[in-house]
Design a protein around this ligand. Structure first.
Ligand code: GLA
Ligand code: CA
Length: 796
């Protein structure tokens, strides 16, 4: 091996780091020899031999601990040689300063199990991990320091990161290959390019890892091919993340240019995608995944398949996507080769056949371990309910509205109560902002709800006498885990106002003097509530619902095994069985059942508790043998267009008429003169595939007159003339910050195709930046287009 050439390509700073593994005779016990894992020329090297990483991404907190070993074996039987895993800080430090590495959180045990199964490990300790996990793995209590800057060089943040990383290293720091363990590489931060440009901060995290794991550990960064140079540090290995279908040579082209001798690795090859509430279950074709893996392996490219088995976002751990607010469902099935409950899928078998071709020296693949056979559980009814009666609960007094975190509460629901002045008809209540699902009650009567996903903040109140009681019950869903909006406070984040008409003028009145009731996500908290027989209540004649509240039942299981508990008759809330938090339910779907692992069931009676903030239509459940994770109940149209709407741009002057070039990659075009407005229409009149009327592209940005990116957090799709729902290719995918997701129109609707985006406020636009699809040749990419910018909405 030509070491000097390799080191030259890494730059001077890399010399020390790359040479250390070679120099070290790592300290190890007598029985287990130390190994060396490093970057060689165009490949990784394990003890000097080329090593292609074939990693399966698994997340220990998403798999019941008794099943860890079986899931690792399922990955090994695929022909994988490595397990790749994140570290979930907020699961390990639920309370500031109190670390938990036991039971489900015993990461060291998980890594030792990998080693027992002869699997290497890639550790990704964050501190931020994204992963569709509450706040990207950061603990909510960081938000108690109001001015804290997350993922930046803020001493308040870094101090806590350092303490956690030290605690983690005490658990797993001695498990690297240099110590005779299985960890071959450790990742520095996570896709920092989609958050910011801050090499200093990334270097601080690198230095922490070096001091915790020692100089022998191989460190790497992962980012996208479009942005990895922004935060790439000279002395770290660079790997790329991209999904199935991407043009692989293109993904590595820039890296090959900058570091011709670097090993190549896709550290997140997305097998499927995550689901959000209110949209169809996401799937990705097996054929694309297979083709990508086959191509990478034929070229000696390492990969980690994210996810090989997704598992479950138990309890409150599901995160939310942004821009906008798109909370993730409880299942993290991900359309991965191994299903949420550990079943092999057709994707699994196809993948196994492909990996077999590359398995060492024609040896036979390890056997597939026995699967756990799901059972049915007979339908059962709920016997007891404690209706939620906020006025009977203890409260804090607070002159102003404050978020949930200010009351030292991280999860669950919270009630804000005050009394109203006398109100005429038509008074408007504005909640700034309800995070995440608010229900408004006057004198105990439900007036309506405000759903953050839909940007709802205002509701009309009925006329009331002075002193009427206003209650706002706000349920927190997962904190945003992606993009700049991860500083995501819960409850009501700012204020609540009343707008009343006074002689034709709106009079805005800030509501004050609140009583605040905390309803934590803690089943024990509800034990001493007063319970009544469910039979004592009949469904409300208008809503058809039983009261909102806490429902309890026991159900009988003869021979415990996995099952899928059916909540299709329930409203919205949280479920616990035998004290295990199973996760969130919501009638809108697509998920209607919760995965109930048999290892958490008892032979005989099992206790179930459901906290339902809407109230069930029927307080019953049953265990199914198959999950229902793709059963959307449309409470609103999934299309960004009403049936009678057709955008009309007649008489509107475009701010830009231009063409994009064919091919992959970002393109940017300046407007001839900056244009100001709140609504933007992007009208595509032709594409680079003239034989088809379809338009598809991945991302759209607007830049201001000074060339700065205009933040997209407040954007929403006002209109899209056509959207392909199969695969969720809706227009909002053009600003979800994900380069692998895209808007696609349906096959038989002719050009032109338009989307209208409500930017949330007036901005001045100086340029447009666009990304076609990542697939080879950028299918259906935009050629001629017009961009319109208007202070008022267009006509339809
Ligand atoms: C990125 C992140 C992952 C995950 C995937 C999408 O690649 O690094 O943590 O969020 O997106 O599933
Ligand atoms: Ca996208």
């Amino acid at each position: 091996m030509n070491i000097p050439r390799l080191l030259l390509s890494f730059g001077i700073a890399a010399v020390a780091a790359c040479m250390q593994p070679t120099l070290s005779a790592a300290v190890t016990s007598d029985s287990i020899p130390a190994s060396r894992f490093e970057a060689g020329e165009g490949t990784f090297l394990l003890d000097g031999e080329p090593f292609v990483v074939k990693a399966a991404e698994l997340h220990y907190p998403r798999i019941p601990r008794p099943y860890w070993d079986q899931r690792i074996k399922l990955c090994k039987a695929l022909g994988m040689n490595t397990i790749c895993l994140y570290t979930f800080w907020n699961a390990h430090e639920p309370v500031e300063g109190q670390f938990d590495f036991s039971g489900q959180n015993d990461i060291a045990e998980f890594i030792r199990l990998c080693q027992e199964n002869d699997m290497k490990v890639i550790l990704r300790p964050g501190p931020y991990v994204c992963a569709e996990w509450e706040m990207g793995g950061l603990p909510w209590w960081l938000l108690k320091k109001k001015d804290i800057c997350l993922r930046e060089s803020d001493p308040n943040f870094l101090e806590r990161v350092d303490l956690f990383q030290k605690a983690l290293a005490e658990q797993v720091g001695g498990l690297t290959v240099a110590d005779g363990g299985s960890i071959i590489m450790v990742q520095v931060e996570n896709e920092y390019g989609s958050y910011g440009a801050d090499k200093e901060y990334v270097a601080t995290i690198r230095d922490m890892l070096r001091s915790n794991f020692g100089d022998n550990v191989t460190l790497f960064q992962c980012d996208w091919s479009s942005n990895f140079t922004v935060n790439g540090l000279d002395d770290l290995i660079w790997t790329m993340n991209f999904g199935t279908g991407a043009d692989i040579d293109r993904e590595f082209a820039r890296l090959r240019e900058l570091r011709p001798n670097s090993p190549l690795m896709c550290s997140e090859f997305w097998s499927g995608w995550f689901d959000k509430w209110g949209a169809n279950h996401e799937t990705r074709p097996a054929a694309d995944m297979i083709a990508g893996i086959d191509e990478m392996l034929s070229k000696g490219i390492s990969f980690s398949l994210y996810m090989t088995h997704g598992g479950t976002n138990w309890g409150h751990w599901a995160g939310a996507n942004s821009p906008g607010f798109a909370p993730d469902v409880t299942s993290y099935d991900y359309d991965a080769p191994i299903s949420e409950s550990g079943q092999t899928t057709p994707k699994y078998w196809e993948l196994r056949r492909t990996l077999e071709k590359y398995y060492t020296d024609g040896k036979k693949l390890p056997p597939v371990p026995p699967l756990i056979k799901p059972i049915a559980v007979k339908p059962f009814g709920f016997s007891a309910v404690a209706p939620l009666m906020f006025d009977r609960l203890e409260h804090h007094s607070s002159p102003d509205v404050r978020p949930m975190e200010a009351f030292d509460q991280g999860f669950g629901s919270i009630v804000y109560r005050t009394s109203l002045p006398a109100l005429p008809d038509g008074a408007l209540l504005t909640v700034n902002e309800p995070h995440d699902f608010a229900q408004v009650f006057v004198d105990g009567r439900l007036i309506g709800s405000l759903d953050r996903r839909l940007g709802e903040r205002r509701i009309s109140l009925p006329p009331v006498p002075r002193g009427a009681r206003l209650d706002i019950l706000v349920e927190a869903m997962g904190r945003i885990n992606f993009g700049r909006a991860i500083k995501d406070y819960k409850g009501i984040t700012d204020n609540v106002t009343l707008t009343v008409d006074h002689d034709g003028f709106p009079f805005v009145h800030d509501l004050r003097n609140w009583k605040v009731v905390c309803l934590p996500d803690d089943p024990g908290f509800y034990d001493h509530f007063e319970y009544f027989p469910v039979d004592a209540f009949s469904p409300d004649s208008v809503s058809g619902r039983l009261p909102m509240g806490i429902y309890r039942a026991t159900f009988h299981v003869d021979r415990p095994s996995d099952t899928f508990l059916d909540f299709s008759t329930w409203g919205k809330g949280l479920v616990y069985v035998n004290g295990h938090p199973l996760g969130r339910i919501w009638e809108i779907g697509p998920q209607q059942t919760l995965y109930m692992p048999g290892c958490w069931l008892r032979k005989g009676e099992n206790e179930i508790m459901v906290f339902d903030i809407l109230g069930p239509r029927q307080a019953v459940s049953q265990g199914l043998k198959e999950p229902l994770i793709d059963n959307l109940q449309f409470v609103r149209s999934p299309y960004h267009r009403e049936p009678d709407e057709t955008l009309s741009l007649d008489g509107v002057t475009p701010a830009l008429t231009a063409s994009f070039d064919p091919g992959n990659g970002w393109q940017q075009i300046d407007l001839p003169a900056p244009a100001t407005g709140r609504y933007v229409a992007f009208e595509v009149t032709s594409t680079h595939r003239p034989e088809s009327p379809v338009v598809a592209f991945a991302e759209l940005y607007l830049l201001d007159a000074d060339g700065n990116f205009i933040p997209r957090e407040a954007w929403s799709v006002r209109y899209a003339d056509s959207e392909e729902l199969h695969g969720n290719h809706t227009a909002d995918k053009t600003f979800d910050l994900q380069e692998s997701t895209f808007w696609r129109t349906v096959n038989d609707v002719p050009l032109p195709h338009s989307i209208v985006i409500d930017l949330g406020k007036e901005v001045t636009v100086g340029a447009i930046r666009y990304l076609p699809r990542m697939e080879d040749g950028a299918p259906y990419s935009v050629r001629d287009f017009r961009l319109y910018v208007s202070p008022a909405d267009f006509s339809y």
